[in-house]
Design a protein around this ligand. Structure first.
Ligand SMILES: *[C@@H]1O[C@H](CO)[C@@H](O)[C@H](O)[C@H]1NC(C)=O
Ligand SMILES: *[C@@H]1O[C@H](CO)[C@@H](O)[C@H](O)[C@H]1NC(C)=O
Length: 263
């Protein structure tokens, strides 16, 4: 019974992954997860993990530092299983429906803002590692930067499909990310490899912005865009700090991320 569940789980993970190189690492880590039972919020030592996830997705719980220790397996199952993919796809579908219905100006100033990490590129192969545990272990800047520098992040489910639709409609793409400027080259090639082949701007965080919170930094950059004549038709992120603040856009879309919080 258990073996069958593990095999099914692995098959699902394989079927949904798009690149090859990182699968082995993820697979090794999946074994450590040892699936136990259903993915739906069973009670573990007083924390209901589904309730916790809902509360973080709705921004009711804020400024949390770590995934609760007893929800590590729950978050792992969620992220590697079908539910996360379905949750992402429905966001993309809704955004596509919205975008197709827009009346565009045709002057090249209609833009769509995408965050990068966990919105267009997925760091799941990194987060699934046994030394990261889906965000249940403290964030290690050095280690995460090493992963980013590899440039092997696969796309987030549904996001390339949305991206392609937006491009075909004539909406210009702006990536607005908290990634440091020094990663521009590797991020550019990673984005292209993942299927994002063209954009109007790729805005990364420069030295001068390093101490600034994501919310303030992103508000500032969006305001600059609006001041130079762009209209933000849509804005998509995995963090509330991507979609709150000034000039957040005509419509915002939130993709799931129960692994970390950026204020
Ligand atoms: C599409 O646009 C029409 C007219 O502006 C509006 O009535 C309708 O609600 C829109 N549909 C969607 C799915 O946004
Ligand atoms: C963070 O990761 C680096 C690189 O793997 C390691 O050398 C360092 O000890 C880690 N720091 C902590 C606090 O775990």
């Amino acid at each position: 019974m258990r073996l069958a569940a593990v095999l099914l789980f692995l098959a699902t993970a394989f079927a949904t992954c798009q690149a090859d190189g990182y699968i082995e690492q993820v697979t090794q880590d999946i074994h450590l997860l040892r699936p136990r039972m259903g993915a739906a919020g069973y009670l573990l030592q007083g924390v209901n993990c589904l309730s916790w996830r809902l509360a973080v997705e709705t921004n009711n719980i804020r400024n949390w530092k770590l995934v609760p220790e007893n929800c590590e397996q729950y978050v792992g199952h969620y992220m590697l299983g079908k539910q996360y993919r379905k949750d992402c796809e429905i966001v993309a579908n809704t955004a596509i429906e919205y975008a197709k219905n827009l009346t565009l100006s045709g002057d090249g100033k209609d833009i769509w803002i995408f965050d990068i990490d966990e919105t267009t590129l997925s760091n799941l192969p990194y987060y699934a590692r046994s030394d990261v545990l889906f965000g249940a272990l403290p964030y290690n800047n050095t280690k995460f930067d090493e992963w980013v520098a590899e440039g092997r992040a696969p796309p987030v489910p549904g996001s390339v499909r949305l991206y392609r639709t937006l491009v075909s409609l004539g909406i210009k793409i702006v990536f607005l990310s908290g990634t440091a400027e020094r990663f521009r080259e590797i991020r550019t090639s990673n984005l292209k490899e993942a299927g994002y082949y063209i954009w109007e701007k790729l805005i990364l965080k420069g030295e001068a912005d390093q101490g600034t919170s994501a919310l303030v930094y992103k508000s500032k950059r969006r305001t600059e865009l609006v001041n130079s004549g762009y209209r933000i038709l849509g804005n998509m992120g995995d963090q509330w700090s991507d979609i709150l603040g000034d000039n957040s856009g005509d419509r915002t879309f939130k993709v799931p991320d129960p692994m970390y919080y950026i204020g």
